[in-house]
Design a protein around this ligand. Structure first.
Ligand SMILES: [Zn+2]
Length: 274
């Protein structure tokens, strides 16, 4: 069977995650390489780090597919003395191309937020902020129901165990009388979802799971809303397997690998002796 090109892989990803759905600041699709390069092996990751590029070289990947782009703004120089420049050199030296699907994949059906909702075992999942591009339904965030209601503490434990975490940050979780309430309906947004807080506050939603909530946004104005910040990497890492599934199905002749490298730059320290 003939091998697809980098352009074919990009087209398949963009059929799923339409490029018109991306946020204005974003830069998706081609990043580095040769669109007509044939692909026998490819490596899928969330973040491109030096270790990931080394892994791509080790498996003999012709193409790297990442969620987060490494090129946002036009660099004024590409030097090995900067982190970004060194990565670009390393990718080219590895004979690899790099393509990304970022905020367009956040907005895609079965994209980043849907995968987070699935991991948390939510039912009847739909877009939180739906819109249409190029005749396709897309949206930001996702909302669905728990199969059995939980109080905030039980829900926090459920989220932590579903994502394999020891630590997460929460706020709110009290009703107007200052008592715990029961969580049925949950909104999620993989990555930085604070911009969806307004939607969450008036949609009959009991809990919102996202990442990168800043201190002042943790002051929950709405009684009866529980905020859960799970961390950016933790809220998005499941998209790697989702990308692999889509590409495996489209190109059985290509060997797709998920990275084995944990690229989360954040370390949680726990100093309690108990
Ligand atoms: Zn992200």
């Amino acid at each position: 069977m003939s091998k697809p090109t980098v352009a074919d892989l990009k087209r398949t990803l963009e059929t799923w995650a339409p490029p018109q759905a991306k946020l204005d600041y974003d830069n998706i699709g081609y990043q580095i390489g040769n669109p007509s390069q044939k692909v026998s092996k490819a490596l899928i990751c969330l973040d491109v780090t030096s270790e990931v590029v080394q892994e791509a070289a080790d498996v003999g990947a012709d193409c790297l597919i990442s969620h987060h782009p490494i090129l946002f703004k036009k660099p004024s120089e590409i030097l090995t003395t900067t982190l970004q420049g060194a990565l670009i050199h390393q990718i080219i030296e590895a004979g690899c191309s790099l393509i990304t699907a970022h905020t367009n994949l956040d907005a895609a059906p079965n994209g980043v937020s849907f995968k987070l909702a699935e991991t948390l075992d939510l039912h009847g999942v739909e877009f939180l902020r739906p819109f249409e591009v190029a005749g396709q339904s897309v949206g930001f965030g996702a909302v669905g129901d728990l199969s059995s209601p939980m109080n905030p503490t039980e829900f926090a434990r459920h989220v932590a165990s579903s994502l394999g975490q020891q630590t997460l940050r929460t706020a709110g979780g009290r009703d107007t009388k200052g008592s715990d309430f029961t969580i049925h309906r949950v909104a999620v947004c993989g990555g930085s979802g604070s911009s969806l807080l307004d939607e969450v506050s008036w949609n009959g939603i009991d809990a919102f799971v996202t990442a990168d909530i800043t201190y002042h946004r943790f002051f929950v104005e709405q009684p009866g809303l529980f905020l859960v910040d799970v961390g950016h990497y933790e809220s998005e890492m499941m998209i790697i397997e989702a990308i692999k599934e889509v590409l495996d199905q489209a190109y059985p002749s290509v060997e797709f690998h998920s990275t084995n490298i944990q690229t989360n730059p954040v370390t949680y320290h726990s100093f309690s002796d108990s």
